[in-house]
Design a protein around this ligand. Structure first.
Ligand code: GLA
Length: 660
């Protein structure tokens, strides 16, 4: 029986094989239009992707031509596709949507096939004709469609993929969500009840100006603070650790601070520099915009100051409580709270009815050992349309100083209607005017330039007396926005240093929402570790953007890791730069004052990957001890490289010091 059955079976198998071969041969390719994929899984720096519409919700239009099919995106935009090995071909046209006409949007489109760039467009601005993409996808497994900012900030980067489709044979390619969700996990070790002094190790003040520095210390209370070698003119409150006074003579003093409780005594040196520079380390604080925006009011600001203390953040060096826009009156508004004369009879700026008394408010903030910040614009109106400083710069600087403010964020916005273009000279002009006004008041007011990077502000921000300057447009709590901004900072490192910092915008961890409604940051836990690690490496100002009265344990863990904060506050004041890159795997490093290096091993890809930092790339030689910064423990000695498995969109933050 077997002798008869075998040939029959093999004949049937042969027939089946032949049929399937001819079936494959005959199989027609199917078309997957880009607008038909699950758009809830794509990401972009702003807005929501919708089928056949621009990101602004209009018909897709590039250089006057309207397209029926496609998907509108926004830098940093990412569409990730799993091609299942069945894709044959990809075609699309790309360009900046006409809805961005008259604005300064500019984007670059790129396509990655299995992580290799196979297409890159020129810089596309408003009016640039759509560019065609035509790619063979045979054998490709993964396709990424990317819209990048072209280097001038992400504002109005409305990039369109039109007439975009994949031809495939067999299983349909699928869009993959960026990364699977991970539960928040805490890396920062529990705080010790023993005393420990944290925060800045160097502090600058101008001669004759009020001095205030709070010794940041963790450990159980009561705690007693003392200081050896405190210069004459300063006094230390032994219960609170707040040092106040005035120093009239230029020069440096190294003070030995002590914090004592029932469990012991901590000692740390603080260098006080009386001179022309302030902000010798990047400012650490909170700003009202990313949580409350328009909904900011006096109670919320007071509550933020209370929360900074109650949560213990103040014990890690966090200092500023900054009000952003919307504290002034709003010309033309019919909201009784915002209506009113912009200025008084003497030209001094008025506050709106959400606030009762700025001096009382800053006194309250100062009484807690914190500092106060405010916001204005060099134009006639702020970005949100409130009264601003144009032609009242001297008066405003006087008023802010009289009120007791320590920080001013000065936001370009409506100055665009005054300036004659965006040449470097025009960009500098209003900031020089305010610098001169600030120099006339007898108070140290940290000067924060906000003009989104125009005229390469990093190249001249220091020269015109800025203490920090925004290098980008506004951040939002999305991976594409945060990572797009953060990883674009390479090259700016040479412009940062004590007293002058690049500012890639405020933090988007915790409860954010641009008020009144708040939501938990849409960044995954790993993305939030990346955010804080990268901003610390970049020596960026760290301004918390969440509602601090509602911080969960995970958010506190992100903001209270003293070793991470130390990287940001390192007295050498170096900003990290990119030292090696392998696709989405990037190693960033910065030198620290003690001769060691802080190194971030970042994984920008959507799956777990091994990231390697070589001594060669880092400029190191000999054995190095790797120290895990988030976990605050050594990880061993390594001969010529350090590798770590890093989660999708995550980071491994280490320091490397020479082994003994
Ligand atoms: C601009 C700034 C933001 C914020 C708002 C306030 O958009 O970039 O950080 O200050 O204005 O209106």
């Amino acid at each position: 029986m077997t002798t008869i059955r075998l040939p029959r079976i093999s004949f049937i198998l042969m027939l089946a094989a032949l049929c399937s071969i001819s079936l494959v041969k005959a199989q027609k390719a199917d078309t997957l239009w880009l607008q038909k994929i699950d758009l809830s899984k794509v990401t972009q720096g702003w807005g929501t992707a919708q089928p056949n519409l621009s990101i602004g919700g209009n018909a897709l239009t590039i250089a006057g031509q309207t397209f029926k099919n496609g998907v509108g995106s926004h830098s940093e935009g990412l569409i990730n596709l799993d091609l299942k090995g069945t894709a044959q071909h990809f075609q699309a046209m790309v360009g900046l949507d006409d809805e961005a006409a008259g604005h300064k949007g500019s984007v670059v489109f790129s396509v990655l096939a299995d992580r290799k760039e196979v297409f890159r467009s020129p810089v596309m601005v408003s009016g640039t004709k759509a560019v065609k993409i035509d790619l063979n996808l045979k054998g490709v497994q993964k396709l990424a469609l990317v819209v990048e900012d072209a280097g001038d900030g992400t504002d109005w980067d409305h990039g369109d993929w039109v007439n975009a489709f994949i031809l495939y044979k067999g299983v349909k390619p699928q869009v993959v969500g960026v990364i699977p969700s991970v539960k928040p996990y805490i890396l920062t070790p529990l705080e010790s009840p023993k005393p420990k002094i944290n925060g800045a190790k160097v502090f600058g003040v101008r001669p004759g100006h009020p001095f205030m520095f709070t010794v940041a210390a963790t450990g159980t209370r009561p705690m007693t603070f003392t200081a050896e070698n405190l210069p004459q003119g300063l006094t230390l409150d032994s219960k609170t650790g707040i040092i106040t006074g005035v120093l009239n003579d230029k020069g440096e003093t190294v003070v030995t601070l002590k914090a004592k409780n029932s469990l012991g005594t901590a000692t740390r040196k603080l260098k006080i520099v009386v001179g022309d520079k302030i902000a010798l380390t990047p400012p650490l604080g909170w700003n009202s915009w990313n949580c409350f925006a328009n909904a900011v009011d006096q109670d919320k600001v007071k509550a933020a100051a209370d929360a900074m203390v109650k949560s213990g953040l103040i014990n890690h060096g966090w200092t500023y409580i900054n009000m952003d826009d919307c504290w002034e009156t709003k010309p033309g508004s019919t909201d009784p709270k915002l209506m009113g004369e912009p200025r008084d009879a003497n030209g001094m700026i008025n506050i709106n009815k959400k606030f009762t008394d700025m001096k009382v408010l800053t006194d309250y903030i100062h009484s807690k050992g914190l500092k106060a910040g405010l916001y204005s614009s060099p134009g006639p109106l702020t970005c949100a349309g409130f009264t601003a400083s144009y032609q009242f710069e001297d008066k405003d600087a006087q008023q802010w100083a009289k009120w007791g403010f320590d920080y001013i964020k000065y936001d370009w916005c409506s100055y665009g209607t005054i300036s004659k273009g965006e040449t470097v000279a025009e960009c500098k002009k209003p900031y020089i005017v305010l610098r001169n006004a600030l120099d006339k008041v007898d108070r140290d007011i940290l000067f924060s330039l906000c003009q989104y990077g125009m005229g390469n502000v990093w190249e001249w921000g220091e020269e015109i007396g800025g203490n920090c300057w925004r290098t980008t447009g506004d951040i939002t709590d999305s991976w594409s926005s945060m990572s797009g901004i953060g990883f674009k900072q390479n090259g700016h490192e040479k412009y940062a240093g004590p007293g002058h910092w690049n500012d890639p915008d405020m933090l988007v961890v915790g409860l954010v929402g641009w008020g009144p409604q708040l939501h938990p940051s849409r960044l995954t836990p790993d993305e939030q570790y990346t955010h804080i690690s990268l901003w610390s490496l970049l020596a960026s100002p760290l301004l918390i953007g969440c509602d601090m009265t509602q911080m969960d344990a995970f958010t506190k863990n992100l903001l209270t890791n003293d070793e991470v904060i130390d990287i940001n506050q390192d007295p050498l004041g170096k900003q990290a730069s990119l030292v090696s890159k392998d696709g989405g795997l990037e190693v960033w490093a910065k030198d620290l004052e003690d001769g060691s290096k802080a190194v971030g091993l970042f994984n920008r890809n959507t799956t777990k990957e091994t990231v390697k930092a070589t001594w060669n790339a880092l400029g190191l030689a000999g054995k190095q001890v790797a120290h895990d910064v988030w976990r605050q423990k050594d990880q061993g000695t390594f001969a010529d490289s350090f590798s770590a498995v890093v989660p999708a969109h995550g980071v491994k933050l280490i320091t490397l010091r020479k082994a003994k």
